[in-house]
Every structure is written in structure tokens, then in C-alpha cells.
Design a protein around this ligand. Structure first.
Ligand SMILES: *Cc1c(COP(=O)(O)O)cnc(C)c1O
Length: 370
């Protein structure tokens, strides 16, 4: 097996989905699988999740097509705005399309008419994210237009929360209120329409945001939107990460005192010391900004990375008395014994959010499903 790997604890992933199910009760669950399932592996995570969710979601046509090509038949919503070149793939793969203007609705309907197909669509309403979506005031017009097109089956209407992970609840509550108005109009025109708003933060902190379906991404993978907060979400206490990043020692050597390690010698040994090399680097998505500050766990002890992280390797000074042999397992994110390196701590060191770290790990690192 490749020395560097991402391990996914699928049992924990299922536990997370079940905890969300208990929390939202009969409301439908849509699992976001975009960006390779937040780095966890899109196809495998989709397959594991199938019995536990009602809907899948991706960002682009190609992600949805990959799922369809591999026999996944659950409804798949494509969140992203699409270009005209995507329309045939969206319709033919029976992906549910996000419509946010009359122009886009017409484009899809015309393609359907010419090719003798139908399309399932969701209207996207902008309640304050100011990304894509029709404005609340013009939503009624778009709703009626889409309902008038015989080629389009309107199955849903949705919006996205911009601030639900913040302490200040004012704007999230405002968005929920705006969406309530649109949702009640939509229900009056089409009683079985699926109204949906909640992301992970909505699921955790705003019961009023559930409507007919929730779309928890990061929470499904085991992380809370406000990690440093005492989330008053006891019902979700079983939710835990299912992702670990591991490698193995591929080389170990003694380096003399006052020697520079790695490119530009940004780390200088303080004594004669043992240095281990791991086959992982920024070419795998392990951020180079962690040079000299990132940590690894070896034989139950934490050590700091020594010097510049290379494209394919990094070095760690484990000290004069450090013990390590080739093939020792090293944890970069996750647990080993009583030691743990959390994704939160890694993201903090990088000055970013956990989402970005997860999405950064490329396919070169094999995913192993336990
Ligand atoms: C990514 C995404 C989500 C999930 O967000 P999380 O913060 O990971 O829960 C939900 N809805 C839309 C439209 C998204 O793009």
C-alpha cells in the first residue's frame, strides 16, 4: 500500500448521517458531495450514504455525471450555475438543475423541446448571500414562468444561508424569514414542492430553517460549523470526523549539529539529531505554509515539521534520543494512541477554514475505506 493515505472511517460517517437523521426527523436529507465529497472521495461516500439520505448534491454537471455513470440513481441536485454547454449533460443524466433566471429556464426548456426530453429543476432564490439566485421580489415571476413551461418539472425551491455559523443571529433569522415568504407562495402554486434552506449551521443552530429538506455538508463529514463554540446540540454529540491523513517513515538518518534541513535551510539542527522523511508534500495538498509549524504524531509523540515542506516529501527532527524506523506509521491529521492532531488546528495554523484543507488533498493520495 502507498505509504501516504487518507483513511475514511465509514462507520463513523454513517453514525454522523444517522445523528443528523435523528435531529431533523422526517425532513429530507440532501448530502453535498461536491469537491470530491469534501476530499473524502465522491463515489465511495455516495455509495455508503445511499441508504441514509434522500438526495445527493454536487456543484457541477461533471460531478453528477460521474455519479450517474457509476449507477447511482438517487436524485442529484446540481447547485452551481451552469453554462449553455452543460445543458445537454445535465438533462440527459437526469440531474436536477438549479434555475436562477428566466434566461436559464428558457435555455433548458428549449433544449428539452428540441431533444424530446424533460428536466427536473429547482429555483434558487437569493435571500442575502448575493451569489446566485433570483431576488425575493422577482421570485414569484420566475416561479410562474417555470410552472408554465411544459418541459420543466419544478421539484424544488431553495436558498442559501450566509451567516448561520456566526454568534449574531440577526441576519440568519432575516434570511429564514425572507425564505418563508417565498416558500409559502411556492407551496400555494405547487403544494408538493420541496423547499430547502439549511446548510450544516442551519441544521445545528436553526430548527426554523429546516423546511422540507436540509443540506448539511461539513456536518455529515463530522465537523461543526463553529468548532470553538460549545454547540448546544447534544443530539449531535455523536458526530465526529471520519477522515485521517497518515503516512509512513520512508527514510531516517542522523544529521549533525548546525546543519540546514530542506530547501533554503529554514531549519537548523541544534544538536546531532535523528531526522525522518515522510513521502507527503504540497504536491499532495498538504499546505506548504505548515513548514516549520505543522505537527505529526510518531510513536504516540507529537513532533514539529522541520524546514520547508517539499512537493513530495517533508522532514521531521525527532531529537537526539528520538526513535523511529522505516515504515513507522505517522499521523498528520487524526489520532494515534492518546495524541490527536485535529483538522481545526491544522486549518488555524494555515489561516483558513477546514473546508479548504479537506478539498486540497488531491487524488494522488489513495483513499482507504475502513
Ligand atoms: C456547499 C453547500 C452546502 C453545504 O454547506 P456546509 O456548510 O458544508 O453544510 C449547502 N448548500 C449549498 C447550496 C452549498 O453550496
Amino acid at each position: 500500500m502507498h505509504a501516504t493515505r487518507i483513511e475514511i472511517d465509514t462507520k463513523q460517517f454513517i453514525t454522523n448521517l444517522q445523528a443528523i437523521r435523528n435531529k431533523v426527523s422526517k425532513v429530507k436529507i440532501c448530502l453535498p458531495l461536491k469537491a470530491n465529497a469534501y476530499g473524502h472521495g465522491i463515489l465511495q461516500m455516495a455509495q455508503v450514504a445511499l441508504p441514509y439520505v434522500d438526495y445527493l448534491a454536487v456543484a457541477f454537471m461533471a460531478e453528477g455525471q460521474l455519479l450517474r455513470d457509476n449507477g447511482i440513481t438517487l436524485p442529484i441536485l446540481v447547485f452551481g450555475a451552469f453554462g449553455s454547454e452543460d445543458v445537454p449533460g445535465l438533462v440527459t443524466n437526469k440531474l436536477e438543475i438549479t434555475i436562477s433566471s428566466i434566461f436559464k429556464a428558457t435555455q433548458v426548456a428549449n433544449y428539452c423541446k428540441n431533444s424530446g426530453q424533460r428536466a427536473r429543476v429547482h429555483i434558487k432564490v437569493d435571500t442575502g448571500m448575493n451569489r446566485v439566485g433570483v431576488r425575493v421580489e422577482t421570485a414569484p415571476e420566475l416561479l410562474k414562468y417555470v410552472l408554465s413551461l411544459p418541459e420543466l418539472d419544478l421539484v424544488g425551491i431553495y436558498s442559501h444561508l450566509a451567516t448561520a455559523d456566526e454568534d449574531d443571529r440577526t441576519f440568519a433569522l432575516e434570511q429564514i424569514n425572507r425564505f418563508k415568504q417565498v416558500a409559502s407562495l411556492a407551496k400555494s402554486l405547487k403544494p408538493d414542492i420541496v423547499c430547502h434552506l439549511a446548510n450544516s449551521a442551519g441544521v445545528c443552530y436553526y430548527t426554523d430553517s429546516y423546511f422540507d429538506m436540509v443540506r448539511p455538508g461539513i456536518l455529515s463529514y463530522g465537523y461543526f460549523p463553529r468548532p470553538l463554540d460549545i454547540h448546544n446540540t447534544e443530539s449531535l454529540s455523536q458526530i465526529k470526523p471520519c477522515f485521517s491523513l497518515k503516512s509512513r517513515v520512508i527514510y531516517t538518518k542522523i544529521v549533525e549539529k548546525d546543519q540546514g534541513i530542506s530547501y533554503n535551510h529554514r531549519y537548523i539542527t541544534k544538536s546531532s539529531t535523528r531526522v525522518i522523511t515522510l513521502p507527503i508534500g504540497y504536491g499532495d495538498g498538504y499546505p506548504r505554509i505548515l513548514s516549520n509549524i505543522g505537527e505529526v504524531i510518531l510513536r504516540g509523540h507529537k513532533y514539529t515539521i522541520s524546514g520547508t515542506i517539499c512537493m513530495d516529501m517533508l522532514m521531521v527532527d525527532i531529537g537526539e534520543n528520538g526513535v523511529s524506523y522505516v515504515d513507522d506509521e505517522v499521523v498528520l491529521i487524526g489520532r494515534q494512541g492518546d495524541s490527536e492532531i485535529t483538522l481545526d488546528s491544522v486549518a488555524n495554523q494555515c489561516g483558513t477554514i477546514i473546508y479548504e484543507i479537506l478539498c486540497g488533498f488531491i487524488d494522488r493520495i489513495p483513499r482507504v475505506y475502513l
